[in-house]
Ligand binder design. Sequence first.
Ligand SMILES: [Zn+2]
Length: 461
Amino acid sequence: MCASASADTIILKNGRRIVASNVVEDDDHVSYETPAGRLVLPRSIVARIERNDLSPLSGDENSEAPVSAPSVDVAAGYADIAARAVHDGSVDVSFLAQLETAARSGDDNAIVKVAAAHHAAAQFLIAKGDLASAAEHYRQALTFAPDNVPLLLNLAVVDLRQSEFTAAMEPLEHARRIDPDSADVAKLMGWAYYGANKLDKAVSEWKRAAQIRPDPDVTSALEKAQRDQQEEAGYREGETAHFSLKYSGAAAPDLARAVLHTLENHFRELESQFDYTPPERIGVILYTNQAFADITRAPGWAGAINDGRIRVPVQGLTSVTADLSRVLKHELTHSFVGQKSRGLCPTWLQEGLAQWMEGRRSDESAAALVQIYDHKSAQSFAALEGSWMNLTGDSATYAYAWSLAAVEAIIHDGGMGDIERLLDQIAVTQSTEAALRSTLHIDYSELAHQTVAYLHHEYVR
Ligand SMILES: [Zn+2]
């Protein structure tokens, strides 16, 4: 979401860089978009503008689906049934009950209708973000049409979107028995195995999918998985209740054990902070520094990343230092936040929370952040929602500091309870700013204002 928004960097004569969207320049002014309207800078303070496209990269810090979900229609030509199943902003439960009564007779046409109606209800709920209820509708439809492959595929997609990789295997295996040559089944099975850290099986499913039907999406997922597979061929493995770890033979087994122990401690703490438990084991890979750079293709400033699996360079370490422990907690926070928000959490909130959880605070950056805000050049949170992987070192530093300050201010005012409600709302709302308005009753410009007031109160007098 938002990861493909284009962003440019305005470089001021004092050296400061502002990553901005929709930058427009004329002879006297440079302006850019913020949620509060366009901000205008005098041309005289601008050194230059770097134009670039923020296209999504593999190895983004936020976890995201490795492949797209195929759109599979359950019963074409039943638009009238769909329109009667969902109208006036809700699911018509009594209409569904009526269709179910008719379908119990075993009449084929009645069964197609009930499947179409439940599919319409599920799609409506998916759009609202209520994935659990959507899954219920597919399960209910399957009691009438157990071998309906489109229903099975749609149920699997809902499971996968909730990171329920093991649960997704059941409808997928059933669908394969009915339609062994389905490219969609193979594509989704690859996703399920990849999510469950079964790389070899993911690779063979995606190869199978690509053979049945060429799909650029599958090709790029396959390439990434094969890069991982090659690198990890000589790796050793370790597993605990919540983690599955892989590490290069060059890393000491003692270090691997200590990392797992540290991660389990962090897991328990984050579980209580967020009141949430990720449903599946989380994959962690320890790299030598060179392997990390080769595999993740992350920019130089990224110390570790989390693209669904936590990837950490540990070259030269023999024990879990305080720094490594902080990095692990930071990346683990991304897993919790990503899954709790169903992958919809914007980058600024992800990074703000990850830094807050690792123990970072705004004391050193507060004065600079206040000054930038007072000069009306604060970055808008809207522009920080998408991927940061193309940010240069300086703008990344600023983006991290500004996001941490905002999270610190929210937690200072309302505690973790506010964060929890915000994440739950983000999971079911299409826009973060709307979620902010309905839970904390502020918009983005008020969040910036509140953040600066907090920084003044806490650090800058
Ligand atoms: Zn991070």
